[in-house]
Design a protein around this ligand. Structure first.
Ligand code: AMP
Length: 609
């Protein structure tokens, strides 16, 4: 099922993509046949299919499921039961996703073959980029990539994020062209477990080789902006290292230090002067183009929740195209953007039909709710069917132009009819394969980096925090939130409308230290990915609560009604992204408070059952 392909042969790569998309139906049928034939004897499938592997029966009998349904199986594997309960192939590791279940990361099964499939996918990105941008082989790529902590499950399986797994594999070390030093970051700097040393070293290497850099990037827009913030904080030291030819003493990780020293080589005062001049200018508008003058584009995902970073990236980029190349997840790698130079809002991903068996749950757009809804929230798309009824899916080749769907996957690694939670819209077809715009993630209301906070998590955090206020005679009567990304790193903002028992003079009565504790309590109550981003990755800033005047949420409702919401059906949105709505709230703020502590985080531990 994974075609053999020499990634250096662009022409053949493009032909493969033509074949896969032209034969989308046939490939999908084969994928399902193969998955069923191989896994028919797993406990999971046997419980529905009795050992049969008929494709029709599969759709009739095997249910469409959520993570909670497969979690018991995954936990059993983590606790040492054999892979065969869900997968005929050995599960070699678990991939921790940014979605959470009960406050802990979800874990997706992975196999040795899965790594090969991902490698095949990455390799196909190369010919697509080469088709649109000439001469990429004439220079280097500065990709800022990072690993995250991993844990061992009670049975000794490794559980870690999918990218950490890939970067630590030999497939990554042997990726196309790596042996020709086409990337500015030595592998040792990417594999450095101290994220600060890793970032510093990668930026230093990128600056030293700036004249050769034809493309820059990171996986997500948020990570790239974090690098710019890091430059703001460390540029003087970086310039001083370039001037002296010596890496700072605090870079202590030996392999990382050695790798960087080899690139730094000798004192380079001319280069130090040049970059220092750019850094020292007052405005950093267009700084990327100034620091890396021949770079042709910035490769970062700017679709989905990352779209909130487009304006800031455009400010720093100096007009460089922002390129989202792929759409993937811990469950499975899905699709490629066949027109990488298209504008961020026009980006569509073509799902590669040999990656998994794809099905689609039709969803309807609910125009009523669109007015105030954040682009990452759930409220503007609802499932067509009553969720309690049997969910009818549509096949990959049967989706309709302009329609919205939730993605469901059956993977080679032991997930069957699994709801990924992403809502996609069909924007066209490439040969016979549909192309999708990423619309939003089901349930997620707030996201800054890889965190994905849903309404329930938010409510839970608010509920914990308001307990501090209630004994003091305050009642929280309404709240909403938004992700403030106007500064780096972005942070969660909560608007709270409070009522004071028997007295209306709110401002006088609010105790800042209690409010700060409310902020901290909220942070402690959010899930482990949020807390990791806050404490370890520093990719989210301190949570803020803005207290608004009495009557503010009435004004918000008036605004929503004026924009077309019906009074009867109006519900306070738990997140907002309409600038006007934020202005309405902001103009009534009477107090702003920030968390003064960083929440507790440690790599999660799994209990042996
Ligand atoms: P994770 O499960 O932590 O690997 O995160 C995967 C999720 O990130 C996907 O299901 C999407 O919701 C989101 N995601 C990944 N790639 C993209 C993309 N290109 N555009 C928008 N969202 C994406």
């Amino acid at each position: 099922m994974i075609p053999s392909y020499d990634p250096h042969d662009s022409e053949y790569g493009l032909k493969l993509l033509e074949d896969l998309t032209t034969n989308a139906y046939e490939v999908q049928q084969k994928v399902l046949e193969e998955i069923l034939a191989k896994n028919a004897q797993t406990d999971y499938l046997k419980s529905f299919l009795n050992g049969h592997y008929d494709k029709k029966l599969f759709k009739q009998k095997v249910p469409v499921v959520n993570y909670e349904d497969v979690k018991p199986y995954i936990e059993r594997i983590a606790n040492g039961e054999p892979s065969e309960i869900i997968s005929a192939q050995t599960i070699t590791e678990l991939l921790t996703s940014s979605g959470t279940s009960g406050g802990q990361p979800k874990m997706m099964p992975s196999t040795a073959e899965d790594l090969e499939r991902k490698t095949f996918f990455y390799n196909l990105l190369v010919p697509v980029m080469n088709k649109y941008v000439d001469g990429l082989d004439q220079g280097k790529g500065m990709y800022l990539l990072f690993i995250k902590p991993e844990i061992s499950t009670p049975s000794g399986l490794v559980a870690r994020p999918v990218l950490t797994s890939y970067y630590k594999s030999s497939n990554f070390r042997n990726r196309p062209f790596n042996r020709f030093n086409v990337y500015t970051s030595p592998d040792e700097t990417i594999l450095c477990s101290d994220s600060k040393q890793s970032m510093y070293c990668q930026l230093l290497c990128g600056l030293v080789q700036r004249d050769q850099v034809l493309r820059v990037g990171a996986v997500f827009a948020s990570a790239f902006l974090r690098a710019i913030k890091f430059l703001e904080d460390h540029w003087k030291e970086l310039c001083s290292n370039i001037r002296s030819g010596q890496v700072s003493d605090w870079i202590t990780e030996p392999s990382c230090r050695n790798a960087v020293s080899l690139i730094l080589e000798k004192p380079n005062p001319d280069l130090a002067d040049l970059v220092e001049h750019e850094f020292a200018t007052k405005s950093w508008e267009g700084i990327i183009k100034k620091l890396w003058p021949i770079t042709k584009y910035i490769e970062v995902i700017v679709t989905g929740s990352m779209a909130q970073y487009i304006p800031t990236l455009e400010f720093y980029s100096g007009g460089l195209p922002l390129i989202s190349t792929m759409y993937a997840s811990s469950e499975c790698y899905f699709g490629i953007n066949f027109k990488p130079l298209s504008k961020p809002h026009d980006v569509a991903y073509t799902l590669l039909p040999n990656m998994a068996y794809f099905e689609f749950l039709p969803v309807e757009r609910n125009h009523e709710e669109v007015v105030l809804c954040n682009g990452v929230s759930d409220q503007n798309c609802v499932l067509k069917e009553d969720e309690t009824e049997k969910l009818e899916t549509v096949d990959l080749v049967d989706v309709k132009l302009g329609h919205y769907y939730e993605l469901v996957v059956t993977t080679f690694t032991g997930l069957y009819r699994y709801r990924v939670g992403d809502i996609l819209m069909v924007t066209g077809f490439y040969n016979n394969a549909p192309q999708f715009r990423f619309v939003h993630r089901r349930n997620v209301v707030l996201s800054i980096d890889t965190d994905k906070t849903n309404e329930e998590d938010l409510l839970n955090a608010v509920t914990q925090a308001k307990l501090l206020l209630e004994p003091l005679g305050f009642l929280l009567i309404e709240y909403t939130s938004y992700a403030d990304t106007s500064s780096i790193p972005g942070h969660y903002v909560l608007f709270w409308e409070l009522k004071v028992k028997g007295n209306n003079d709110l401002e006088e009565l609010i105790d800042p230290s209690i409010m700060e504790q409310c902020c901290s309590t909220m942070e402690e109550s959010l899930d482990s990915v949020y807390r990791r981003c806050r404490r370890k990755d520093h990719s989210i800033g301190p949570l803020e609560i803005r207290i608004v005047k009495h009557g503010t949420f009435d004004a918000l409702m008036d605004f929503a009604v004026s924009e077309g919401s019906s009074v009867n059906q109006y519900k306070t949105p738990r997140c907002i992204n309409s600038e006007e709505a934020i202005k309405i709230l902001d103009s009534r703020v009477v107090g702003r408070f920030f968390s003064k502590t960083t929440p507790f985080w440690e790599p999660f531990r799994m209990e042996t059952k």
